[in-house]
Design a protein. Structure first.
Length: 389
């Protein structure tokens, strides 16, 4: 599969795109390359497009175990996927929403020197330590989470916490409300649930320079946001605004912060009010510079303009759109690396690589028509009937 993709990428070479990593700069600097190109793409250039949050794909060391967790505790329903040789996959549809979550194990793609199992264990250990009462316990990879309404839980938070470490994080000991985190087994992903009156779960007060403690759910949907651990939150927000047409909203963190403070940028999509939060928790690393080192390692594996994929691309957010062309044109105008991949006989997906971050966003459309930069079918991304959405 990789050889076919590389060959196809060579055939469609010569594109006026920046190779992955070519925008690299110091994390504390403003994303000047994107800022200079903003004027090339104005909001009136293309008709407004509604992005419908479709679901997530996650890298998992045991897809069946990851899916069963959501079935048991979140009343998700298992769904079938088309056969894909060389990969293990499991998928669920979450209740009260059309969102699908797909877990993938694919050892054919490179992972470099990253110890995936070790990172997953360390995330779990962090939550276990917090449950045991160790104060101010957090880890920047825990920022990779989706916001789900606590009402989705089967048996309530007590039933969940009896099986998995659940920690309520707050920024004030007097707030009376917390954002509870639980890790999806065998993944680097967590789920966040806002709890107004936490009972029988351990509480951790974070000191990360947040300016308010409102927290909680901003919209009425069961799934209302996706949060990403971001080495450069500003660069990520620029892509969301200039390519996806999101709007910046108030964020309780500054876009750039000191070494012991958290930085962040938040955006929201019109119509759905779905939010993306890009967060840099640099005060919660196992060692100084760990976040940047991890991001550099992942980005060294990835070059979409050359058709070079990596295993961490399975940690992606999926949107449904009617047309891919407007987004392809905006990505081209901004010089951003991307791929258009066939994900089935009647579907294409645009994969966007967010510069200076380990963040992948994909847009899916049933209106097949993009011919430039289109690579052969990526069967692990073929969701079959799930893509009907």
């Amino acid at each position: 599969m990789l050889a076919a993709i590389a060959a196809a990428a060579a055939e469609i070479g010569g594109r006026d795109l920046l190779p992955a990593g070519s925008c690299a700069r110091e994390s504390e600097e403003a994303p000047t390359a994107l800022m200079q190109l903003k004027t090339k793409v104005q909001r009136g250039d293309q008709p407004s497009e509604t992005l419908l949050p479709m679901g997530r794909t996650f890298l998992s060391t045991d897809p069946d175990a990851s899916a069963e967790f959501l079935v048991k505790f979140y009343n998700a329903g298992l769904v079938a996927l088309p056969a894909c040789t060389g990969t293990a996959r499991a998928a669920v549809r979450m209740p009260d929403t059309a969102a699908v979550i797909v877990f993938v194990k694919d050892d054919s793609l490179p992972i470099g020197d990253v110890d995936l199992r070790g990172l997953i264990r360390f995330m779990n250990k962090t939550l276990v330590r917090a449950v045991s009462g160790i104060e101010n316990t957090y880890y920047f990879h825990l920022d990779s989470h989706d916001g789900w309404h606590v009402g989705s839980l089967v048996g309530g938070i007590e039933y969940l916490s009896a099986s998995s470490p659940v920690v309520g994080y707050s920024h004030s000991s007097h707030s009376g409300q917390v954002d509870a985190l639980v890790q999806i087994p065998q993944t680097m992903q967590t789920i966040q649930m806002h709890i107004a009156d936490p009972v029988n779960i351990p509480l951790v007060v974070q000191s990360d320079c947040r300016t308010d403690d409102k927290g909680g759910q901003r919209t009425g949907g069961s799934w209302w946001k996706s949060t990403f651990s971001a080495a450069n939150p500003e660069a990520a927000a620029d892509v969301a605004v200039n390519v996806l047409r999101a709007s910046r909203i108030d964020c309780p963190y500054p876009p750039v912060a000191g070494p012991n403070c958290t930085a962040g940028t938040w955006v929201q999509f019109p119509g759905t009010e779905f939010q993306l939060h890009f967060v840099k928790s640099q005060g919660y690393q196992a060692y100084p510079g760990e976040m940047q080192a991890f991001t550099r390692q992942v980005r060294s594996l990835r070059n979409l303009t050359a058709g070079r994929l990596d295993r961490f691309m399975y940690n992606s957010l999926m949107f449904r759109v009617s047309l891919l062309e407007p987004f392809v044109q905006r990505a081209q105008a901004l010089g951003l690396p991307f791929l258009v991949v066939s994900t089935g006989p009647e579907e294409q997906a645009l994969f966007l690589d967010v510069p200076e971050n380990d963040i992948t966003i994909q847009l899916r459309s049933k209106r097949v028509g993009v011919t430039s930069q289109t690579l052969p079918e990526w069967c692990a991304q073929n969701l079959g009937d799930l893509s009907a959405f």
